[in-house]
Write a protein that binds this ligand. Structure first.
Ligand code: SF4
Length: 305
C-alpha cells in the first residue's frame, strides 16, 4: 500500500465530492421490458437472468414512478431524515421505450421532492442518438449516470450467455455517452463459464481503458429457473468460493485505475431464488473481508496500472 489507508475508490467518496448531503438510490420498476426477451434484439434473455432478482418489494409495475419513489423514501427516511435520493431505473432495460415516454418517466422522477438525480441501467445496444441528445442536456441540469451492462469483454462468452451484443458495442456506447459529458457506469460479472483468471485480467485491462466513472463487479450467481442454472445442473462448471472471489476481485481491481469508482463487488439474490453459490455473506461483510485481505497483501486499486 502506498498511500496511508487508501485501498480503493468507493462510491461514498465519489458522492461526497458531488453532493453536500447523503444520497441513497431508490430502485424503480417503470414497467420496462427487455429487447433481449421480446425479440427486438433477441429471444429468451441472457441465460443467467431472472429479472425478479433485482426488484425490491416496493417496486411494483402498477405503481407510478412517483409513488414508488415516495414509498422508497419512506423506507429510508425513517433512519436518515436528511437523506436525498437518486431515482434508479434498474429493472430490465431503462432506456427501452418510446422517446417521449422515457422522458416523461425520468422527468416525473426528477420532480419528486428530495430527488437530486437519476441513474439509468441499460444495455449497450439500447441507447438511440435522440435519447443520448436528451440525456446530454439532462446531465447539464442534474446528476445523471448511465450504467451499461457490459458483463464480459469476450464475444465468445457474450454469445454463450445469449447477451445479444458484442464487446465492441459496449465500447462504442460507453465512449459515445462519456463524450457527451455524462457519467458512465459499467457492470461486469466475474466467473462466467469459460472465463478463467487469465481472461479476467485481460478483461480488466480492457475495461480500464474505457472512460468510466463507476464500475460494479458481481460474482456469478445461478438463479433457479434460468437457462444457466439448467446448464450447470447438467454439466457443472466452477463457481467461486467467497475466498477465491476475493482473490479474483483484488487481482482485477489492481488493473483498474484509481479514478474509476468501485461501486459494488457482490450481488445478493434473494435466498429462495439462488441456486448457487450460497456464501451467506452480507455486502458489508464482504467489503470488510476484501479490505482485510488487501491490507494483508499490501495491494490497492490500480497498483498494476
Ligand atoms: S440481464 Fe438485462 S438484458 Fe439480459 S435478459 Fe435480463 S433484463 Fe434483459
Amino acid at each position: 500500500m502506498t498511500n496511508n489507508d487508501y485501498l480503493y475508490t468507493d462510491l461514498s467518496s465519489f458522492y461526497g465530492k458531488v453532493f453536500p448531503f447523503k444520497v441513497q438510490k431508490i430502485s424503480i420498476n417503470a414497467g420496462f421490458t427487455c429487447p433481449n426477451r421480446d425479440g427486438s434484439k433477441g429471444f429468451g434473455g441472457c441465460t443467467y437472468c431472472n429479472n425478479q432478482t433485482f426488484n425490491p418489494s416496493y417496486c411494483a409495475t402498477q405503481k407510478s414512478v412517483s409513488q414508488q419513489i415516495e414509498e422508497g423514501k419512506a423506507f429510508f427516511a425513517r433512519k436518515y431524515p436528511e437523506m436525498k435520493y437518486l431515482a434508479y431505473f434498474q429493472a430490465y432495460t431503462g432506456t427501452y421505450g418510446e422517446l417521449q415516454h422515457l422522458i416523461g418517466l425520468y422527468e416525473e422522477a426528477l420532480r419528486c421532492d428530495d430527488v437530486v438525480g437519476i441513474v439509468i441501467g441499460t444495455r449497450p445496444d439500447c441507447m438511440p442518438d435522440e435519447l443520448l441528445d436528451y440525456l446530454a442536456d439532462l446531465a447539464q441540469r442534474t446528476f445523471l449516470t448511465v450504467e451499461y451492462g457490459i458483463e464480459s469483454a469476450n464475444d465468445d462468452t457474450l454469445r454463450r450467455i445469449n447477451r445479444g451484443h458484442t464487446y465492441a458495442q459496449s465500447v462504442e456506447a460507453v465512449e459515445k455517452t462519456a463524450s457527451r459529458g455524462i457519467y458512465v457506469g459499467a457492470h461486469v460479472i466475474l466467473g462466467l463459464p469459460g472465463e478463467d483468471e487469465e481472461e479476467l485480467v485481460r478483461q480488466a485491462r480492457m475495461i480500464n481503458k474505457l472512460p468510466l466513472t463507476t464500475l460494479k463487479l458481481h460474482q456469478l450467481q445461478l438463479i433457479n429457473g434460468t437457462v444457466m442454472a439448467r446448464e450447470y445442473e447438467q454439466s457443472p462448471f466452477h463457481l467461486y468460493t467467497a475466498d477465491e472471489y476475493i482473490d479474483m476481485v483484488i487481482k482485477y481491481i489492481s488493473y483498474i485505475r484509481r479514478e474509476v469508482v468501485l461501486e459494488r463487488f457482490v450481488s445478493s439474490s434473494p435466498k429462495g431464488l439462488l441456486l448457487a453459490p450460497n456464501w451467506n455473506i452480507k455486502n458489508y461483510e464482504f467489503v470488510e473481508m476484501l479490505k482485510k485481505k488487501m491490507r494483508e497483501l499490501g495491494v490497492e486499486q490500480g497498483c498494476e496500472v
